[in-house]
Design a protein around this ligand. Structure first.
Ligand SMILES: NC(=O)c1ccc[n+]([C@@H]2O[C@H](COP(=O)([O-])OP(=O)(O)OC[C@H]3O[C@@H](n4cnc5c(N)ncnc54)[C@H](OP(=O)(O)O)[C@@H]3O)[C@@H](O)[C@H]2O)c1
Length: 257
């Protein structure tokens, strides 16, 4: 039976929780009953969100740090275990686009930072999270990828596309390795979404109209629309869904009009 509080009693890490999709996910997951460990670099914004969730009857703690550092991932899992008694899942969602440039002009340092944040950060997260999920008898990991680098080759976004495509491979291996122990792992692929990142890409009304027009639905997503797809993957409603990539992309991947 479908639950009205599908994450009741679950302890979930949300990275990138200080903004956009991650912040919307934190609010949604909290309403769905989860106790949360919120991760991002901006301590102030995490503290404000933690206070907001607690005031609304939820429970959350903040871990401020860079996801490119393994230490941040370990601290988040430690908080889940120490404060809430264990870990049931994670929405590994923090990400950056990096500066746009054609491949031949992309500084290797820029490439390195994007890969370190988006792909190596996901690896650090999984490496810290899997033992805690095993101790719990299983759980669900969700990684935020994108349609860029999967169904669309967006000029100027080589590092972003490569890092996000890499998440598919990482996720499939985690799903295969962890399946026998009850661990599910999936990728979420949003389309254009109205967040600070999305607004930075669609930086003028003309570009925004163009980006909206790329989607079959002729609009971009509200952050909560993406968070709802993540909630499904984290919940027991997705109990037989693993090793897959869920597109919540408004049809940008299939649209040619
Ligand atoms: N918006 C879109 O159109 C779109 C489309 C497809 C996929 N996505 C993906 O969706 C995810 C969320 O993006 P968004 O649109 O919500 O963007 P956003 O509003 O810019 O939020 C990005 C989040 O990631 C965190 N973050 C970035 N670098 C970090 C680092 N090194 N360490 C820790 N946290 C870090 C940011 O927090 P701090 O700055 O406080 O660290 C922020 O909370 C990203 O992975 C993005 O690639 C977005």
């Amino acid at each position: 039976m479908l639950s009205s509080r599908p994450l009741a009693d679950k302890v979930i890490i949300v990275s990138g929780a200080s903004s956009g999709i991650g912040a919307a996910a934190a609010r949604l997951f909290s309403r769905a009953g989860a106790r949360l460990v919120l991760v991002a670099r901006s301590a102030d914004r995490l503290e404000a969100l933690t206070a907001e969730l607690k005031a609304a009857g939820g429970d959350a703690v903040a871990v401020s740090g860079d996801v490119a550092r393994a230490e941040t991932a370990r601290q988040a899992v430690d908080q889940a275990v120490d404060v809430f008694g264990g870990l049931d899942g994670a929405f590994n969602n923090a990400g950056i686009t990096g500066d746009a440039a054609p491949v031949q002009d992309l500084p290797p340092s820029e490439w390195g930072q994007v890969i370190a944040t988006n792909l190596t950060g996901a690896f650090h997260a999984a490496q810290a999270q899997i033992p805690a999920l095993l101790a719990r008898g299983g759980g669900s990991l969700v990684f935020t990828s994108t349609f860029v680098g999967h169904t669309v080759g967006f000029p100027g976004m080589a590092a972003y596309a490569a890092s996000k495509a890499g998440l598919l491979g990482l996720t499939q291996v985690i799903a295969a390795e962890g399946g026998p122990q009850g661990i599910r792992a999936n990728v979420l692929m949003p389309g254009g979404t109205d967040t600070p990142m999305g607004r930075a890409v669609a930086s003028t009304p003309e570009i925004r109209q163009y980006v909206e027009g790329l989607h079959a639905l002729k609009r971009i997503a509200e952050p909560e629309e993406i968070a709802r797809a993540a909630l499904f993957l984290l919940s027991d409603d997705a109990s037989f869904v693993t090793g897959t990539a869920l597109m919540a992309d408004g049809g940008v991947s299939i649209c040619r009009s």
